[in-house]
Design a binder for this molecule. Structure first.
Ligand code: FES
Length: 327
């Protein structure tokens, strides 16, 4: 699996772009040009020992800096608190990347870009990329209030500002916005879990095919987002213990109910790279050589899940008593 290039980055600027959202311009610590990235890409940043993913929102044509924006989650797991509360100009960060799980498909019609909240970040890099390619697009940004609308000045100054419609307040019906499917038109959405599901649901109802719908989720659904239909993504009362086998050594490791495969492996000193630990980033994706995974992630495609050849051991389990892993 591509883990990206190891980077040492220096904070060149930090600035508030909305209430509780802090942006950082990052330059190479050695002042050399940064590795190129494509729209939709992210960095995996070492946040004082915790690895967290942040989308790049700057212009992919600018190799002098990467810009990320971080929502200050005071009750989160600590990654955003570390960045927002302690990181200052000239501090350095270790990172891996850029990697891209939200790449754009070559467009034959102007794409539709939809962002909610901090989900504006990858969508901004898409807007820059489309602008440079001379491809038209329609972009909609949703925020719960004016204070939480990010990058107002930056987007207002962008040469593509006229293609952006900014919305305040909660929208639950996106059918008018998505409209009927036009062959070759792709839709990209990033934002809160419930909003992504509402957008995708509306698009499907309007006839958009799955291979023209693209989303990136920053977090697994909160309990408020969960419906009865998707509550099976959480730990289930019917979960059973199972074993995983390391193909390289043949060693078997028991995985208890309520324990993740990653935690079980860590218990014997095998550390699978992890970031989100909730099935949304793909960092831990591992090949499965035998057995049937019980997928509980939000990152693998339907085809990848159906193939049964990869799974995310931070959250997924097994439908069979044994999974043999390519480890
Ligand atoms: S650590 Fe993010 S999907 Fe497993």
């Amino acid at each position: 699996m591509d883990t990206g290039i190891g980077l040492s980055l220096r904070v060149a600027r930090r600035f508030e772009v909305a209430h509780d959202i802090v942006a950082f311009d990052l330059e190479a610590a050695d002042y050399l040009p940064l590795p190129p990235f494509e729209a939709g890409a992210h960095l995996e940043i070492d946040c004082n020992g915790q690895r967290r993913h942040y989308s790049l929102c700057s212009d992919p044509a600018d190799s002098s800096r990467y810009t990320i924006a971080v929502q200050h989650e005071r009750n989160g797991r600590g990654g955003s608190r570390y960045l927002c509360e302690t990181l200052r100009v000239n501090d350095t960060l270790d990172a891996l990347g850029p990697r891209n799980h939200f790449a754009m498909t070559p467009a034959t019609r102007p794409p539709l870009l939809i962002a909610g909240g901090i989900g504006i970040t990858p969508v901004m890099s898409m807007a820059w990329s489309l602008h440079h390619a001379g491809i038209g697009f329609e972009m909609h940004d949703f925020a719960s209030s004016a204070a939480r609308q990010a990058f107002v000045d930056e987007i207002g100054r962008a040469p593509w500002a006229g293609k952006v419609t900014r919305h305040l307040g909660r929208c639950t019906d996106f059918t008018l916005l998505t409209g009927g499917f036009e062959p070759g038109r792709h839709l990209y959405v990033c934002g809160p879990f419930a909003m992504i599901d509402a957008v995708l649901g509306a698009a499907r109802a309007m006839g958009w095919p799955e291979d023209h719908l693209h989303c990136e989720r920053f977090a697994a659904p909160s309990s408020a987002d969960r419906s009865d239909a998707d509550s099976d993504q959480a730990n289930q009362p019917n979960d059973l213990p199972f074993e995983v086998e390391l193909a390289s050594s043949g060693r078997r490791v028991p995985v208890a109910v309520g324990q993740s495969v990653c935690a079980a492996l860590a218990g014997i000193g095998v550390h699978v790279p992890m970031s989100c630990e909730q099935g949304v980033c793909g960092s831990c994706t591992t090949r499965v050589l035998a057995g049937t995974p019980d997928h509980r992630d939000w990152i693998l495609s339907a085809d990848e899940q159906a193939s049964g050849t990869v799974f995310t051991p931070c959250c997924s389990r097994a439908k069979t008593p044994l999974l043999v892993l390519d480890l």
